[in-house]
Write a protein that binds this ligand. Structure first.
Ligand code: GLU
Length: 282
């Protein structure tokens, strides 16, 4: 099978050696099969993404020897695609507006001593789920900003549990448990999409049949598999790889300046050495 896969960075900082690993692994999978390697720019967070990081990442990926297909899909150029699928979920009655501020949510969580936690932190306590249509209309007319959340329990009732599986290369079929995330945000207050919604639609639109990404996003696949089921989108295979650690065994993050591809290059390392450091090459 010809593999279509992608590397999907958010341009919020310089790429580090962990990104070099992820992108190189995806590239290798595509090339071995005579398939396609895509780069996708996940820039829906306008406050954190910067054009200079986007140009830097193309430069860094080329420098380590990767080539990708053009044009690159940039999520901020396609907000209307996300709006259209939100509309489909809305028609199914699976979304509700959430007017809560972070402070409202934190205060509600502080009140209860049994606040359930999910992979991304405490679950949304559901404050806006039971609002009546009148209450919602009132807040719309007052111009209160709102996000759109998925009513998780309602959504789960519309999909048979045995459909919520995906194939993880090397591990086999994985049963998803999206309820662990609670009522996830599918459209943020400031933008008509969220990470989960945009990734799910883009992977489908771009014909991605293998998602290669870090183990930190393993459970995110539960939510994305549910969205695929709700929106009749195909399910790719997945390969969630281990995360690259520094010499002390600590996971690398964007803030580890010394581990950026850029600083390694400036410090005289060759592309070959950086590829080796990331676990590729002889
Ligand atoms: N944009 C995400 C990130 O930079 C990756 C999304 C994905 O690979 O699904 O962490």
């Amino acid at each position: 099978m010809k593999i279509v896969t992608r590397f999907a960075p958010s341009p919020t900082g310089y790429l580090h050696i962990g990104h070099a690993y992820s992108a190189s692994l995806a590239f290798q999978k595509a090339k071995e099969s005579g398939g396609h390697f895509l780069v996708r720019i996940e820039d829906i967070d306008g406050t954190r993404c910067r054009p200079e990081y986007e140009s830097a990442l193309y430069e860094d990926l080329s420098w380590i020897g990767l080539e990708w297909e053009k044009p690159v899909r940039r999520q901020s150029d396609h907000l209307e695609d996300y709006e259209a699928i939100l509309e489909r979920l809305h028609e199914k009655g699976l979304l509700y507006p959430c007017f809560c501020t972070r402070k409202d949510i934190a205060a509600e969580i502080a009140k209860s001593n049994t606040a359930p936690h999910g992979p991304d932190g405490p679950l949304y306590p559901g404050l806006c789920r039971p609002l009546s249509d009148e209450e919602r209309q009132k807040r719309f007319s007052e111009g209160v900003p709102y996000a759109l959340r998925l009513d998780m329990q309602k959504a789960l009732k519309t999909v048979p549990k045995d459909k919520l599986v995906f194939r993880e290369l090397e591990k086999g079929l994985i049963q998803c448990d999206p309820a662990r995330f609670g009522d996830v945000v599918l459209a943020r207050k400031e933008t008509p999409t969220s990470y989960h919604l945009a990734v799910t639609l883009d992977d489908a639109l771009q014909g991605v049949n293998l998602v290669v990404r870090g183990q930190d996003l393993f459970e995110a696949t539960y939510v994305q598999r549910l969205l695929q089921a709700l929106l009749d989108l195909p399910t790719p295979d997945y390969l969630h790889h281990g995360l690259v650690s520094d010499t002390k065994g600590k996971r690398l993050a964007k803030r580890d300046k010394d581990a950026t591809i850029r600083s390694l290059r400036e410090n005289g390392y060759t592309a070959e050495e950086v590829r080796k450091m990331a676990g590729f090459g002889a």
